[in-house]
Design a protein around this ligand. Structure first.
Ligand code: TYM
Length: 333
């Protein structure tokens, strides 16, 4: 039986948020469990250069994210876990794909527009080209499914468009991938502003839970979460975004639907709902934090995992890169 290729990646920043965890990694763990899947997960360090950062911070957060992957329970033997920049095929394919992507379509991307507005003093080419590198990441492994949160769906669409366009010119070269959203948690909102997504770059730290936050911090942040003045627990994202976000988090943490979580919490006061969610999240993250603390001090082991992963990824990526190089007429030895 041919296994399904599952590919996804996360940008390295100091710590993942609960949004990254529930929107993406939690689903990776489900895919890893099923025998029919062949999973590849990357630390997208090249993507993180589109925002100006200290070199030492890029380096340490790359290793930290790899340790977080392992602490979440991703298995380096069963899956391929690697660092994007360790596999040169990503930038090589990315250049080829650039020549089949239009400036107009890149400048219309929502994330490009948002980030250019936020970093108006540094609207660099990388920021605009970011979805093309992401398309290269995905297409290099003949990927079937890409588990991501809602904010990445537009990038997935463009990866599909580029693959289809290329295949139309040169014949079947790339497998056309599909996005895969989780049942719950595909968009976790900020705790202080439930109308915007929980984000690593939110300047207000109270809006986000980091996966390595202490139990006391988790409780403190949930206690201050913005709700509404009705005091009725219901899952209604449009009219009750704050309460619905808490229910979504509870549902994703406990593996039920948000509607079911609402039924279970019916009649609770908001204060009690917040504590219930905080407890569920703290219990879910405690083993992750403990395992992370153990792993992060073992640099040699982490470097070994990265090296092994890159070797396996590079071997597979090379085949697809060759296909694309041949298709466009590069002289391949
Ligand atoms: P990144 O690092 O911003 O986010 C990583 C994953 O977390 C999801 N996510 C969320 N899900 C639910 N609620 C939220 N508030 C939330 N915030 C983030 C994202 O949808 C994503 O799945 N470009 C990508 C990284 C990347 C990639 C790839 C992904 C590079 N190459 C190839 C898939 C395939 C990014 O910046 O994700």
């Amino acid at each position: 039986m041919k296994k399904k290729v599952i590919y996804s990646a996360v940008q390295p920043t100091s710590q993942l948020t609960l949004g990254n965890y529930l929107g993406a990694v939690n689903n990776w763990l489900k895919f890893q469990k099923e025998e029919e899947n062949d999973c590849i997960f990357a630390v997208a360090d090249l993507h993180s250069l589109t925002i100006r950062r200290e070199a030492e911070e890029v380096r340490s957060s790359t290793l930290s994210l790899l340790a977080q992957f392992l602490a979440f329970g991703l298995d380096e033997k069963k899956n391929i876990l690697y660092v994007q920049s360790h596999v040169p095929a990503h930038t090589q394919l990315s250049w080829i794909l650039n020549c089949y992507t239009y400036v107009g379509e890149m400048s219309r991307m929502t994330q490009f527009k948002d980030k250019s507005a936020k970093h108006a003093d540094n609207v660099n080419m990388g920021l605009m080209d970011y979805p093309v590198l992401m398309a290269a990441d995905i297409l290099l492994y003949d990927t079937d499914l890409v588990p991501v949160g809602i904010d990445q769906v537009q990038h997935l669409e463009i990866a599909r468009d580029i693959a289809i366009r290329f295949n139309n010119i040169y014949g079947d070269t790339f497998k056309v991938p599909e996005a895969k959203l989780g049942k719950a948690g595909a968009k976790i909102m900020s705790l202080t502003d439930p109308l915007s997504k929980m984000s690593k770059s939110d300047p207000n730290p109270m809006g986000r839970i980091n996966v390595l936050d202490s139990e006391a911090d988790i409780v403190k942040k949930f206690k201050r979460a913005v709700t509404d003045s009705e005091a009725v627990i219901a899952y209604d994202p449009e009219n009750k975004p704050g309460v619905s976000n808490l229910l979504t988090i509870l549902a994703a943490a406990e593996g039920v639907t948000p509607e079911r979580a609402a039924e279970e919490c019916e009649g609770l006061m908001y204060g009690h709902l917040k504590l219930r969610v905080a407890d569920a999240v703290a219990a879910m993250l405690k083993p992750v934090r403990e395992e992370y603390n153990r792993l992060i001090s073992d640099r040699a082991y982490l470097m070994q995992v990265a090296k092994e992963g890159a070797k396996r990824a590079a071997k597979r990526a090379k085949k697809v890169l060759r296909r694309a190089q041949n298709a466009v007429g590069l002289l391949v030895e």
